[in-house]
Design a protein around this ligand. Structure first.
Ligand code: ADP
Ligand code: MG
Length: 208
């Protein structure tokens, strides 16, 4: 997987975030402050511009620029968290021109570790971690089982979607939604939903 693959992934994320902007904002209206869709749309629009101005010539460069731009452009909790996730992926992928599925699985593990370190959320706290952690586990397991990229990334996508849906009955323990206490129960976490979109876009970039 080369810089072109990772650029196609990020462009698909930007498209999906734009198409789901109102949906993400509605989820955030229920348990937050109704800005998750607009935050991410602003962020990924800026990322698209940054990548067209300075196309990354390695996977690491593409993801590092993505992360740095998100941190710069997205206020709120999700900007620094997603920014860190993409920057950690970029760091793990380093300066190689072509990376393997095993490298990508390691990069996703680093993304999760970065989000956990910065946000302090564990699984079950009703955050993006509830989609990212199962996706990372699924990808690592798929690589160990010798699956091909399309199939492995489909498993990661499915795990993220299931994880996002599983946030509905949870009570939020981190972020703005936690201020609602028990009233956060019964709504899907917006950040878990956007993480599922990001993993769906990754599968799409692999031809899924
Ligand atoms: P804000 O909450 O500042 O308005 P957003 O609406 O863009 O920011 O993002 C909210 C999402 O961020 C939540 O749905 C949740 O998934 C994620 N989030 C918030 N706090 C944390 C945290 N401490 N750790 C992990 N994810 C978090
Ligand atoms: Mg919000």
């Amino acid at each position: 997987m080369d810089a072109q693959f990772f650029t196609a992934w990020i462009e698909e994320v930007a498209r999906a975030v734009g198409a789901n902007r109102d949906h993400l904002t509605r989820l955030d209206a229920a348990i937050g402050d109704a800005d998750h869709g607009s935050n991410l749309d602003r962020g990924f629009t800026a990322v698209r511009e940054a990548l067209s101005a300075t196309p990354g010539d390695t996977p690491g460069a593409v993801l590092t620029l993505t992360g740095t731009t998100l941190i710069r452009k997205v206020g709120g909790a999700s900007g620094p968290l997603y920014g860190t996730a993409f920057r950690q992926m970029g760091k793990v992928l380093g300066s190689g021109a072509d990376v393997s599925l095993t490298d990508l699985a390691s990069a996703l593990e680093a993304a999760l570790a970065g989000v956990r370190r910065l946000g302090g959320a564990a699984e079950g706290d009703k955050t993006m971690v509830d989609a990212l952690a199962p996706a990372s586990r699924a990808l690592t397991a798929a690589v160990q089982d010798g699956m091909k990229a399309e199939e492995a990334l489909d498993a990661a996508r499915a795990a993220a979607e299931q994880g996002a849906r599983a946030t509905i009955p949870l009570q939020a323990r981190k972020g703005r939604a936690s201020y609602l206490g028990e009233r956060s129960i019964g709504h899907q976490d917006p950040g878990a939903a956007s993480t599922a979109l990001i993993l769906t876009a990754l599968h799409a970039a692999a031809g899924g």
